[in-house]
Write a protein that binds this ligand. Structure first.
Ligand code: RNT
Ligand code: ZN
Length: 416
């Protein structure tokens, strides 16, 4: 049977439970996922400011890491060409691109340092999201926006403000709003004696940052909380309560990273609550394995559950990005598997008879609800997925992998 014939059969199967597969495919095509540049080079960046720090870690030394802007762009371009649909790219400030002999510290970054990224995105007609980089830098050794050292704190305030300007530039050039997400590593390895002062300083820093004039319709500022980091096990200054309250009082957004909560706490259960109080919510989908390990996103239960909440809550209210960095496998494959899995999870959610299931819940018909949810798990979502790949001009099934293999042979393995 061809992919088309299989799709026709799947369409009938879904129709019988009240699901229109053509509509699902149209909807899926309209959901952009922001692909994080930092998977391609193990979160190293180009500004040479310092090795990876801040309590996050990549492990592995699979050959072929991108070592400069051109290599990273080539790799991202290749990966994007094997992912169906139109997406976005997510950059960090440490990926500034300098001219020969030029360098600027983080607080001096300007839009021109990102002009080559704009070119890259324009060629593909895609949007750009951005992140100030408050780690991997000598001034981030102890603390950043919560620092007791006023000089250091104001350095990072200036950095984030510079990033807001750059985000405005991206939004203006690409004609689509830029989500600018602030994450800081500040915290304590051991039991602190004063949890309030650092948090009060972080609050003041954010106030100072946001006091600048910027176009809120172009830049969506978000704050990303965390429960712990390596070396910051006992207390993180930017905790969930801190940022949720801050964001809600100051009319900015929260970003929920699926690796940043207690092991049995899930982001899928948080989205609906956030959407009742915020216009939008930003996500970093990742896969924590026993800790915030940032493994590649799989087509697993929590990813599927997150996708259901995105579809049921309204995909246009979710700023969806991925955040993982695995240096132990082919980095293009990591991107492609993660991006395609996120899309498969979204498709899976779009192919559910969501209204029927919700009605069963309202009628407290939990027996039938469970039965139907379970039966639907073996419906032919894969046949619909393969057809989606085909009509979007990318290889279906595992057929994309050959291209990654030859790219590895021809390009990656020559990077010594
Ligand atoms: C770290 C956060 C943060 C980073 C990226 C590189 O725990 O998840 O989002 O992973 O900004
Ligand atoms: Zn994150």
């Amino acid at each position: 049977m061809t992919i088309n014939e299989r799709y026709e059969a799947a369409r009938e199967a879904y129709k019988a439970v009240g699901v229109n597969t053509d509509e699902a495919l149209e909807a899926l095509k309209r959901i952009p996922i922001s692909m994080h540049c930092w998977q391609g080079d193990d979160v190293i960046g180009f500004d040479g400011a310092g090795g990876l720090s801040g309590g996050i870690q990549t492990t592995g030394n699979y050959p072929g890491r991108a070592r400069n802007p051109q290599e990273l762009m080539n790799d991202m371009g290749k990966a994007l060409s094997l992912i169906p649909g139109k997406h976005r790219i997510n950059l960090h400030a440490s990926y500034a691109i300098f001219e020969e002999g030029e360098w600027a510290d983080r607080d001096q970054l300007e839009p021109k340092h990102f002009a080559k990224w704009v070119e890259f995105a324009k060629e593909r007609g895609i949007g750009i999201d951005f992140n100030p980089t408050l780690f991997s830098h000598p001034k981030a050794e102890n603390a950043t926006l919560s620092s007791e050292d006023e000089e250091i704190r104001s350095f990072w305030i200036r950095h984030v403000q510079a990033c807001i300007r750059i985000s405005e530039y991206f939004a203006g050039e690409q004609g689509t709003p830029c989500t600018m997400n602030i994450w800081i590593p500040d915290g304590f390895k051991d039991v602190p004696a004063d949890r309030t002062s650092p948090r009060a300083r972080l609050k003041d820093s954010l106030d100072q940052i946001l006091s600048m004039d910027y176009d809120k319709t172009k830049v969506y500022v978000a704050v990303e909380s965390k429960v712990f980091g390596i070396g910051m096990e006992s207390c993180t200054v930017g905790s969930h309560e801190f940022y949720m309250n801050y964001a809600s009082k100051n009319d900015i957004l929260c970003l929920l990273d699926s690796g940043h909560y207690h092991p049995t706490e899930v982001v899928s259960d948080k989205i609906s609550s956030m959407l009742l109080f915020f216009d939008k919510v930003a996500l970093h989908v990742t896969r924590p394995v026993r800790w915030d390990s940032d493994h590649v996103v799989l087509f697993d239960d929590e990813t599927k559950e997150i996708a259901k909440e995105i579809i049921r809550g309204g995909a246009d209210r979710i700023l969806l990005a991925l955040d993982f960095f695995d240096a132990s496998i082919n980095r293009l494959s990591a991107w492609i598997v993660g991006m395609r899995n996120m899309q498969k999870a979204l498709l899976n959610a779009l192919l559910l008879p969501n209204e029927t299931l919700a009605r069963l819940q309202e009628e407290r018909e939990f027996t039938e609800q469970m039965m139907l949810q379970e039966e639907l798990k073996l419906y032919p979502v894969g046949d619909v997925w393969n057809y989606f790949c085909e009509i979007n001009g990318v290889p279906a099934k595992e057929d994309w992998f050959e291209e990654v293999r030859s790219y590895e042979k021809e390009v990656l393995l020559n990077r010594k």
